[in-house]
Ligand binder design. Structure first.
Ligand SMILES: Cc1cc2nc3c(=O)[nH]c(=O)nc-3n(C[C@H](O)[C@H](O)[C@H](O)COP(=O)(O)OP(=O)(O)OC[C@H]3O[C@@H](n4cnc5c(N)ncnc54)[C@H](O)[C@@H]3O)c2cc1C
Length: 236
């Protein structure tokens, strides 16, 4: 049994740079010359990206692509796959594959206590006793359910039936492909940030995935990322 307190996010494939925003936007005014204008004036390029972000001219941010490998608990995937627009997903199958015995147990830094009302929860530190309880309760439940899963498989029960006994803390894997515009929309909802003009209150575990994606994306498209921050983390 593996008990994990973290998620995995890896960029496996990409075609994404600030230049992709520029040529797409400049076709408006330069037509077939838009590619030739790319290297003309870096300050103008920065200004153009900022203008597009500020005025929410979103489509130039779609001409790029990033594919991430994600390994995270199924409850994170439930939330993730609600993002329908500009995202493509392929996930491992519990019908065709025996699910691995990897389960989520919150680490010591995960805030455990929820206060406030729905939509405005504040999370505070758990006590050592609460952390101990969470760890023991989760590990015990995971061991029991995975043993029942194995028992059914060994008795010849189909994977698609036996998997019903596994909890949402079991890890799954997927490839998720997006573009900068759909990623920004995802980040605006799945990260909590002081600079956000519209605050969001995401679950910490999907925020961990979102933070890793944002870090990778910021490296690929630094001007676009800076404009996203400067304009209150609102997707164009
Ligand atoms: C903090 C938080 C709490 C949440 N709590 C719940 C919950 O309790 N229950 C629950 O069911 N979900 C919940 N969600 C999920 C939420 O309702 C959205 O499904 C999810 O955030 C995806 O957002 P989206 O629809 O904007 O994204 P996408 O599906 O990627 O859509 C992007 C945009 O395209 C447009 N669009 C897409 N589809 C349509 C459509 N059919 N009609 C019109 N416009 C469309 C909209 O402008 C939308 O913003 C929660 C999300 C967050 C961030």
């Amino acid at each position: 049994m593996r008990f994990l307190d973290d998620v995995t996010v890896e960029l496996v494939k990409h075609s994404a740079s600030d230049r992709d925003v520029l040529w797409a936007a400049r076709v408006s005014t330069a037509g077939e010359q838009s590619l030739a204008e790319l290297d003309k004036d870096p300050e103008r390029s920065k200004g153009l990206i900022n203008f597009l972000m500020r005025d929410r001219h979103g489509s130039p941010f779609e001409h790029n692509s990033m594919t991430f490998f994600v390994s995270a608990p199924i409850f994170v995937f439930r939330e993730f796959q609600r993002h329908r627009v500009g995202w493509s997903y392929n996930e491992e199958s519990g019908r065709y594959r025996e699910l691995q015995s990897a389960f989520y147990v919150p680490g010591p830094e995960r805030k455990l206590v929820q206060q406030g009302k729905p939509g405005h929860y504040v999370f505070t530190e758990g006590t050592p006793e609460q952390h101990k309880l969470v760890t023991e309760a989760m590990e015990g439940a995971y061991r029991q359910s995975y043993a029942a899963y194995q028992e059914m498989l060994e008795a010849g029960v189909a994977r698609e039936v036996a998997r019903a006994v596994l909890p949402v803390g079991v890890f799954s894997t997927m490839y998720a492909t997006c573009n900068a515009r759909s990623l920004m929309h995802f980040l605006s909802l799945r990260t909590q940030h002081e600079q956000a003009r519209v605050p969001s209150f995401p679950q910490r575990e999907i925020e961990m995935v979102a933070e890793r994606m944002e870090e990778v994306w910021a490296g690929l498209m630094p001007l676009t990322h800076a404009a996203f921050i400067a304009n209150g983390r609102v997707a164009p």
